[in-house]
Ligand binder design. Structure first.
Ligand code: GAL
Length: 315
């Protein structure tokens, strides 16, 4: 048997993107692939039921029921007083430590929410609906956490596991949580996303989705007013290769692990930097393409086509 006869080469761990989970039944407990480390994010999208008393999102060290695992971060919104608030705490050897109370939770019964946990070196930062809400310093090593559990009165639409933008220095900048758009007609492929002001330095484009069975092709075309896009990112499923294609048809291969397998989730991130675009796949920087400042400014739309189902496009 030659190389590759047993299927694709295994992906390096850092390129494996844990798939999001949609509409899980509560209580929901799952392993966090590779555990938690600084730079990882967990995003929970959902709704507080109208009669909610409390719910909790626990970042646990294991998932046994008996004995109870340690809980490094217990994030517990409570709605039974008329002032919704959050309690954070740590459960160590079956005992709750000193709890911390965070008042003024801008979330009430019946509200939709997007809660984003960004794990840093020293603490976890939590934002609620795009606003920073709290930070909780670790009391147990983050490296012990390998499980997330969601319990109580909560309706969950999606749980996402994300890496922060690899191009941000130190990976600690407060990220924007871009929700998964479920059953959204704007995401039906092929689709066009306007870039009314072109691309400017530091602008980020994120495309998240799922590769369909028997995929044929997948392209992201950055289009200006001409018929030939100045730059295309192209995935060739047959040869398992990636390339940039410039307007005069020149193809520049991208050397990166191939992440686009049928049924697998992916994240493509493009960052406009200097005179070009930096590319990250599943949270890993893999290269750049140069276009020139004028060309970047004159881009007008992003066209996405091919054998993918999209969950999030942010320009
Ligand atoms: C207890 C409650 C636990 C947990 C803990 C946090 O009163 O029963 O579920 O929320 O507070 O300190």
């Amino acid at each position: 048997m030659g190389p590759g006869a047993l299927g694709p080469d295994p992906l390096p761990d850092s390129f494996i993107l844990q798939p999001p989970v949609f509409y899980p039944v509560i209580p929901y407990v799952t392993t966090i692939f590779g555990g938690l480390h600084a730079g990882k994010m967990v995003m929970i999208q959902g709704v507080v039921p109208p009669d909610a008393q409390r719910f909790q999102i626990d970042f646990q060290c294991g998932c046994s029921l008996q004995p109870r695992p340690d809980i490094a971060i217990h994030f517990n919104p409570r709605f039974y007083t008329n002032k919704p608030h959050v309690i954070c705490n740590t459960l160590h050897w079956g005992r709750w430590q000193r709890e911390v109370r965070w008042p003024h939770l801008a979330l009430g019964k019946g509200d939709s929410f997007l809660i984003l946990f960004l794990f840093g070196n020293e603490d976890v930062k939590v934002s609620v609906n795009g606003h920073h809400f709290l930070h909780y310093p670790y009391r147990l090593p983050l490296s012990r956490v390998d499980t997330v559990g969601v319990f109580g009165h909560i309706f969950v639409k999606a749980v996402g596991f994300l890496n922060s933008n690899p191009f941000v220095e130190g990976g600690t900048a407060y990220p924007v949580g871009h929700p998964f758009l479920l059953k959204n007609s704007r995401l039906a492929v092929p689709c066009i996303w306007p870039l009314p002001r072109g691309l400017w330095p530091e602008q980020v484009i994120v495309v998240r989705g799922l590769v369909c069975p028997n995929p044929q092709q997948f392209t992201l075309s950055l289009q200006d007013d001409s018929t030939q896009p100045p730059m295309k990112f192209e995935v060739c499923f047959r040869n398992r290769t990636l390339a940039w294609i410039s307007s005069w048809g020149r193809k520049k291969p991208i050397s990166a692990p191939f992440i686009f397998h049928p049924g697998c989730f992916f994240e493509v991130l493009l960052l406009c930097k200097g005179n070009g675009l930096k590319l990250a796949l599943n949270g890993n920087a893999v290269g750049a393409a140069s276009l020139g400042q004028r060309a970047l400014e004159s881009l007008r739309e992003l066209r996405i086509s091919g054998s993918v189902e999209l969950y999030c496009v942010q320009c």
